[in-house]
Design a protein around this ligand. Structure first.
Ligand code: NI
Length: 174
């Protein structure tokens, strides 16, 4: 049975620590963390969750980006080129930027509820990861999906989006 776990909020040390790589095959407790992370994500109106946000210091992400925005705060998802990134668990993800060019856009975070701010991110990248069985995957992402993955990857590095805001006057209530 998987559980909905409380989401770790701003000011908690685990959010600012680098998460550890996961070894294969996945241990039973790691599989339980994965299931809890997916169940917890589904219980939010968020699009992605990093394991440190549920107090697990491992390089695991759960991402679930629909084609159509699930909440009003995502209405900037109206990009006609936006594609869904269906529910995926990414183990030990790595990112390689494809564009030097960065674009600014709004971000928010389940660990900073009620706030948003503008952050510059690479427009396109290659994301590589392992699934829970240990199979390697690679996918090119651009635009909003590339932004979400960069935000989540930062969580594994102990960085939160608020630290990336260049014009702090954009840090504001949703
Ligand atoms: Ni976040």
């Amino acid at each position: 049975m998987s559980k909905i776990l409380p989401i770790i909020k701003a000011g908690t040390p685990i959010l600012y620590k680098r998460a550890k790589a996961v070894s294969f095959p996945l241990a039973q407790d790691v599989l339980e963390h994965v299931n809890n992370m997916v169940t917890t994500l589904k219980n939010t109106d968020g699009l992605a969750l990093a394991a440190p946000q549920i107090n697990i210091p491992l390089r695991l992400l759960a991402v679930n980006i629909p084609k159509v925005a699930p909440a009003k705060r995502y209405d900037f998802l109206s990009d006609p080129n936006h594609k869904a990134f269906p529910l995926t668990v990414l183990v030990n993800p790595t990112l390689t930027a494809l564009s030097k060019e960065k674009t600014e856009g709004w971000e928010s975070c389940l660990s900073f509820p009620g706030y948003r701010g503008k952050v510059s991110r690479h427009q396109s990248l290659i994301c590589e990861w392992f699934d829970t069985e240990g199979t390697r995957h690679s996918q090119a992402l651009e635009g909003f999906n590339a932004r979400v993955i960069q935000h989540e990857y930062d969580h594994l590095e102990g960085i939160v989006y608020v630290q990336r805001i260049t014009d702090f006057s954009t840090f504001s209530l949703i």
